[in-house]
Ligand binder design. Structure first.
Ligand code: MN
Ligand code: MN
Length: 378
């Protein structure tokens, strides 16, 4: 079969052609669903949801779409939002019940956070940078000159971007006499407040950071809510690289992350996470992942830029680059520290007779086992 030929659900003597009706574009994007590897077995929940399949909320100068429990039922522990804000466009001052982790994809975003101690954080973030806003802490986001696009991950699958606590709605739903008393002014002073949310709306591009900071007290939080991950080096491996951003280097965070690049021919090695679910966002390239669960269950999914993947806690998995360009994928974990069990290292550190007795491996495999962890291999 040539690459451009219509794929058929045939594997050697198994299967038969699909005369249609069929959606060939989706079949081409999901070759391991159409013709699963022979090792796939049993039923696993769906572990892929493209943002392209998510309803997009178009607003004045920006948009937002979300992949939550409603779209992606397996992802009970985390939800994601993909948002675009044009130049100057604001995501309204708000807070929510969940912690918010963010990764900048394009442009520059200005994040403003005021925490319960009255500490003030105003920062401009560029691609690769990360923030963590704890649950309940108020914040806003604004696109700078070239606008911005970013990914948000929340630590509850039930989160909805459309159900946050907004400053406009809080004031609109408080008696004006109470507002007057609260601020020490008169009710008439609130005659012009909006009666409904603003959510995403246009403002002029704000002044440079230094000018805005000078207007306000210099009281940054003792633990920064912002992590300039773009400025830290990646751990290099044969076949790719990994940046780890967790509470070791970003102490405020309650969600941890790996930023993984996998070269063509490379693979994130077989492993699992003992204490966290893995929420994935694919930034570049084409990849596949098989997830293994008890008992004898395995299913393989294909991913590309804009897709979300999910791996429940403790289930075995790898991520293989199946394309001709690098894969870039973000893994977000609902734990403060990134931890994983490497299959290879586990086997290398187990008495060899015990391993041989289980798996009948020859000496070539036994000698290839590595006692040092290689997160990405080729
Ligand atoms: Mn938020
Ligand atoms: Mn993983």
């Amino acid at each position: 079969m040539t690459k451009d030929a219509t794929p058929q659900p045939v594997r050697s003597t198994k299967g038969a052609d699909d005369p249609g009706p069929r959606n060939v574009e989706l079949d081409l994007q999901n070759p391991d669903l159409l013709v699963p590897p022979e090792t796939d077995s049993g039923s696993l929940p769906n572990l892929k949801f493209p943002f392209s399949m998510a309803h997009n909320r178009l607003e004045d100068g920006g948009w937002a779409r979300e992949v939550t429990l409603r779209e992606f039922p397996v992802a009970k522990s985390m939800a994601g939002v993909n948002m675009r804000l044009g130049p100057g466009v604001v995501r309204e001052l708000h807070w929510h019940k969940e912690a918010e982790w963010a990764y900048i994809l394009q442009g520059t975003a200005r994040l403003t956070v005021v925490d319960p101690e009255g500490n003030l954080s105003i920062d401009d973030l560029t691609p690769g940078d990360i923030w963590l806003v704890p649950a309940g802490v108020p914040h806003s986001i604004q696109g700078m000159e070239e606008g911005t696009e970013f990914l948000l991950v929340f630590d509850d699958g039930k989160f909805s971007e459309n159900e946050t606590l907004l400053i406009t709605e809080y004031l609109a739903h408080t008696p004006p006499s109470v507002l007057a008393k609260n601020f020490g002014v008169t009710s008439d002073d609130f005659a012009d407040i909006p009666t409904a949310e603003k959510y995403i709306f246009r403002l002029p591009v704000p002044q440079p950071l230094d000018a805005v900071r000078r207007l306000l007290p210099n009281s940054p939080p003792p633990l920064s809510y912002v992590f300039h991950a773009a400025q830290i080096p990646a751990q290099k491996y044969m076949g790719g690289s990994v940046k780890t951003v967790d509470a070791h280097n970003f102490p405020v965070t309650t969600l941890s992350a790996l930023i993984i690049e996998i070269e063509p021919g490379g693979m994130r090695e077989m492993h699992w996470h003992p204490d966290a679910d893995e929420w994935q966002y694919y930034i570049e390239g084409e990849a596949r992942m098989t997830v293994f669960d008890a008992t004898s269950k395995a299913r393989t999914f294909n991913y590309r830029a804009g897709d979300v993947g999910f791996v429940p806690r403790t289930l075995g998995h790898y991520i293989e680059n199946t394309g001709t360009t690098p894969v870039k994928v973000i893994n977000v974990f609902n734990s403060r520290f990134c931890t994983d069990v490497s299959l290879n290292r586990w086997m290398a550190l187990t008495p060899p007779d015990l391993i041989r007795g289980h798996l009948n491996l020859n000496e070539t495999v036994m000698k290839a086992l590595r006692q040092t962890r290689q997160a990405v291999v080729r």
